[in-house]
Design a binder for this molecule. Sequence first.
Ligand SMILES: Cc1ncc(COP(=O)(O)O)c(C=O)c1O
Length: 385
Amino acid sequence: MILLIDASSRSELISYPIRDIIQEAKKIEKTGTKMIYLNIGDPAPFGFRPPAHVLEAAAEALKQNYSGYAPSEGDPELRAAVAQHEKVATQDVFITAGLSEGIDFLFQALIDPGRNILLPTPSYPLYLTKERLSYGTVDFYGCDSNFEPDLDSLRKSITKYTKAILVINPNNPTGAVYSRKTLEGLVNIAGEHKLPIISDEVYDQLVFDGEGVRLKDLHKDVPMVCGNSLSKNYIYPGARVGYLAFHGEGWDKIKDATQRLCNQRLSVNWEMQRAYIAAIKGSHEHVKSFNSELRKRRDILVKRIKTIPGLSVVPPKGAFYSFVRFEGPWKDDLEFVRGLLKAGVVTVPGSGFAPNLERKYFRIVFLPKPEQLEEAFNRIEKFMK
Ligand SMILES: Cc1ncc(COP(=O)(O)O)c(C=O)c1O
């Protein structure tokens, strides 16, 4: 019997362009081209490792009795450590499987069909998929020429269907780090419209230029939920542990919903939660050296792009991404990125982050060692010629 089983129409709404491009890259690789993968924001393949004391805590937890289900909302000690760090109460903290699961929970808890979380453009693609899957209206606010939120656009984009405002700072895909003035303006607008803020802070320690101001210190009485994880700041994305921390008043119903969402998926890997405790409480020396390596690589990227006709970039100040603009004969960003694939460099088309922007951008990760990054730019330069 040959049976073709239909996929649900809902599943058609799911895409993750950062990884979707890999299948095409693998096909080209089979023809003999050795690829340089600059599509995924994972420091591990480029030689960066989690701090030793965090790995030791994970190994120690494996020897102890952490083999059962953890409490659904998280290990009590981890919740307390996060609460102290976030300056909230322990019951305001929920541990999730990476911030990815936290994002999923927020959409499930907040969004009815037709409503939306107002997203910045460009945005991390998981938010776009979750918005579509919630049958929400996908609404965006714009950014200025430095990729900081454009406050006029934000004001104009708020509608009666807006349920919350998303801020990603430092930003993926642009590497922008927002100024105090922008963040204060954003809080004021959220306050005027009585809207909570969702603050995605997965890169909050990875700032190598600029002020590194945190919304936590500015949000006043505007309710805010901060999301973070072990993935980027502690260079441990494979651990899959993150959290949501609810700041301010008004969250009771959402916290109840989050607890139920935690219960239905049972728990998060307990050993890795123990590692996160060590990360939060232990030395943060690695952040200095990681940031200094990132700055070095960012400088190479900016220097090379300046000398390649047809490319331009706003120098990233944090995280490890840049959103590069191209000019030239290509029909759109997909054609451009496919061309780059043939030249041996894997990047992500900008429209995966910003369906409403001009299709003239691609995202590139600048985590590789300097020699490899130079080689990637040699290939890009040749391709542009
Ligand atoms: C802006 C942003 N938020 C959230 C995530 C999800 O991170 P994780 O699930 O690894 O904590 C990522 C991952 O790349 C990201 O870039």
